[in-house]
Write a protein that binds this ligand. Structure first.
Ligand SMILES: Nc1ncnc2c1ncn2[C@@H]1O[C@H](COP(=O)(O)OP(=O)(O)OP(=O)(O)O)[C@@H](O)[C@H]1O
Length: 263
């Protein structure tokens, strides 16, 4: 499939018939769904359902055996992983992937650089365009520090900060690249009750104030149900339900998948 300019009302992301096999294991079996621009989509399912495999297809770590993934009209399977950030798709990692000896602010600056325009020649010569880029990167990083309330730790190295703060820096790093779509990989893992509450507010803020579309892969049901506009449920590699949180929670196939029997 070729790339084409997205039209108004097109989903920002379309996953269509994606199938992934690992030897004899069918990790994903013809999974399809659309993600509307400006929404939060929660992707859930019991252990082994295929969530991580799908996430890895979106970030181009895996290539499906069949199916297509279209982001902003771009057939992303036709492009290598390192281009994905430039198209405007950002991601966080389950385990904090920040540079632990660098300060919080420098980590966020690196995030801002990952989509910035820079080229080695003008950077090396300190041309005015390069200085303008540096100013823009500094400003973008400062804005994100404010939005994520990281001002008090901005100059501290990541190592030694509480895990919850490190996870917030991880989120800040991804946001600083100004993605149009943010993929969150189990952002609640390892957080305490209060931190999960703060994360829920942050995800809503990311959607409502920054206008960023979010795909959330998460085990914490309370978080998913409280922030998602749409929930997609996988089980054994297949989509078994899709809809608003309330409807999905009452869906007998979903209850059976989680509890092992129909309600
Ligand atoms: N690299 C791999 N090699 C072989 N099998 C794999 C690989 N990655 C995943 N699988 C298998 O594919 C299926 C889907 O796994 P996946 O990790 O995507 O599920 P998940 O929904 O993310 O599970 P969890 O919630 O436990 O992380 C499982 O049966 C898993 O064992």
């Amino acid at each position: 499939m070729g790339d084409r300019a997205p039209a108004d009302g097109d989903p920002i992301l379309r996953v269509d018939g994606v199938t992934v096999r690992f030897g004899g294991v069918v990790a994903l079996d013809g999974v399809s769904f659309d993600l509307k621009r400006g929404e939060v989509l929660g992707l859930i399912g019991p252990n082994g359902a295929g969530k991580t495999t799908l996430f890895n297809c979106l970030s181009r770590l895996y290539t499906p055996k069949s199916g297509s993934i279209t982001f902003e009209g771009i057939d992303i399977l036709a492009h290598p992983a390192h281009r994905i950030a430039r198209f405007g798709m950002g991601r966080t990692f389950q385990n904090v992937a920040a540079f632990s000896t660098l300060s919080v602010f420098d980590n966020i600056r690196i995030g801002a650089h990952s989509r910035g325009v820079s080229d080695p020649l003008s950077d090396g010569l300190r041309l005015p365009r390069c200085r303008r880029n540096e100013d823009a990167v500094f400003e973008a990083a400062s804005d994100i520090v404010d939005i994520l309330s990281l001002g008090s730790v901005a100059d501290l190295p990541i190592a030694g900060l509480p895990f919850g703060v490190q996870k917030r820096v991880e989120l800040a790093r991804a946001l600083a690249a100004r993605p149009t779509l943010l993929l969150l990989d189990e952002p609640a893992a390892g957080l305490n009750h209060d931190e999960i509450g703060e994360l829920a507010s942050l995800i809503r803020q990311i959607r409502d104030d920054l206008g960023i579309t979010v795909l959330l892969v998460e085990h914490h049901m309370g978080l998913v149900m409280s922030v998602s506009d749409t929930v997609v449920v996988l089980n054994f590699g297949r989509k078994i339900a899709e809809g608003a949180p309330d409807a999905v929670q009452q869906n007998p196939a979903v209850i059976e998948a989680y509890l092992g029997h129909a309600a």
